[in-house]
Ligand binder design. Structure first.
Ligand SMILES: Cc1ncc(COP(=O)(O)O)c(C=O)c1O
Length: 398
């Protein structure tokens, strides 16, 4: 019988990064030497003390349901972290812990958006923001990627043409995925002054907070008290503590928003596994110093990636200041090949994987055709070999 499916959900795109990663794994299983630059996760293991804390929790029988929205000890520890590191004061009731920042962001979209509400998303953006908004019945309004690559990433002048009476929220990501841009203080202050009287939620995704190699990652909530009543901070443990598989993320914001997000969790994933919470608590008790050496390793890889890329003819990029990605501009190369008209990096990325066994996410996934995203959270030798293959693939376009 031909029973209809949800039209809204049928229109969603599956996560392109997850899809590419799956395809790369398939090729590797067939015996190919695949270089996977597509995944957004550090290649180092979760630190041992965190693993031990979770194992110990399992042994102690923490195998039952946890508390919806996160147990009080974990929410208190997150509040203490936000106070100490970000100078932001929250009550535990304003904090919700979810199954990854992705679940938190999805539930936030459901909690904030009414049918037709518009959400401003500056490109290039993390792949899931637009789909979350669509799933919630809202309209993602993409602020296009500035072509010149220079100057601040986001100014009030760039936002203004996209504002309507239906604008409901804006999403900020710094350090940024996929560009690796870290917003500067002056830029944040200018943005904060503009947003001060706007009736919009300001969703600040700060998941790459600890990965700022040049300059520092500062929250708009910290710098601009005038936006605090509409400010919603999102962060997690995946990147900063190499805990992607543990699935722990959180939000902090107005209590009424937190309450709705928590309600959604009670009706979906229910809670975080209790033993996972113990791992997260351990991570917070050890603090970001635990990962300092690893951040230096990532910085070294960033420098290596930039050096190798600068050597490839007609490849452009903004040297990234944070996160672990380089957003590589291959438009000049694509213009040389009729197969990749209109800067079709989607087709080029498919060919790069098929022929050269290198997986890189195409710019289309982030709202910026003609680019490839390189995740350099891989060993230096892998980075060098993968970029050698990219060079060969681009040379073949001539
Ligand atoms: C910008 C950004 N936000 C959120 C997430 C989701 O992280 P989590 O693993 O906590 O769901 C990612 C993961 O790639 C990301 O890049």
């Amino acid at each position: 019988m031909d029973i209809s499916l949800s039209a809204r959900i049928s229109h969603l795109q599956p996560s392109p990064t997850v899809a590419l990663n799956t395809k790369a794994k398939e090729l590797a299983e067939q015996g190919h030497k695949v270089i996977n630059f597509s995944v957004g996760e550090p290649d180092f293991p979760t630190p041992e003390p965190i693993v031990e804390a979770a194992i110990e929790a399992l042994r102690q029988g923490k195998t039952k349901y946890g508390a919806a929205g996160g147990g009080l000890p974990l929410r208190k520890a997150i509040a203490a972290k936000l106070e100490k590191e970000n100078q932001l004061s929250y009550q535990p009731s304003q904090i919700v812990v979810g199954v990854g920042a992705k679940e938190i962001l999805f539930h936030l979209a459901l909690a904030l958006i009414n049918e037709g509400d518009e959400v401003l998303i500056p490109a290039p953006y993390w792949v899931s923001y637009t789909e979350h908004v669509l799933a919630a019945g809202g309209k993602p309004v993409v602020i296009p990627y500035p072509q010149d690559h220079k100057g601040p990433r986001l100014t009030p002048e760039m936002i203004k043409p996209y504002v309507t009476a239906k604008t409901k929220a804006i999403v900020l990501t710094s350090p940024n995925n996929p560009v690796g841009y870290v917003m500067e203080r002056e830029e944040i202050k200018e943005l904060g002054a503009y947003l001060a009287d706007k009736p919009w939620w300001i969703i600040s995704d700060e998941i790459y907070e600890y990965m700022a190699y040049d300059g520092e990652a500062v929250s708009i909530g910290t710098l601009c008290p005038a936006v605090r009543d509409r400010f919603i901070l999102v962060n997690g443990f995946s990147k900063g503590y190499a805990m992607t598989g543990w699935r722990v993320g959180y939000m902090a914001g107005p209590a009424r928003v937190a309450e709705l997000v928590r309600t959604l969790q009670t009706q979906s994933s229910t809670c975080l596994p209790a033993f996972v919470e113990e791992g997260a608590l351990k991570a917070l008790s050890l603090g970001p110093d635990l990962m300092k050496d690893k951040m230096q390793v990532l910085k070294g890889r960033r420098d290596l990636a930039v050096r190798l890329l600068q050597d490839i003819p007609d490849v452009d990029m903004i040297p990234p200041k944070g996160a672990f990605y380089v957003f590589i501009d291959i438009r000049k190369n694509l213009e040389k090949a009729s197969a990749y008209k209109n800067h079709n990096s989607l087709a080029f990325s498919a060919a790069l994987l098929e022929k050269h066994h290198v997986a890189m996410v195409p710019g289309e996934a982030f709202g910026a055709p003609g680019f490839l995203r390189l995740s350099y959270a891989v060993h230096e030798d892998v980075l060098t070999e993968g970029l050698r293959r990219l060079r060969v693939a681009l040379q073949e376009l001539r």
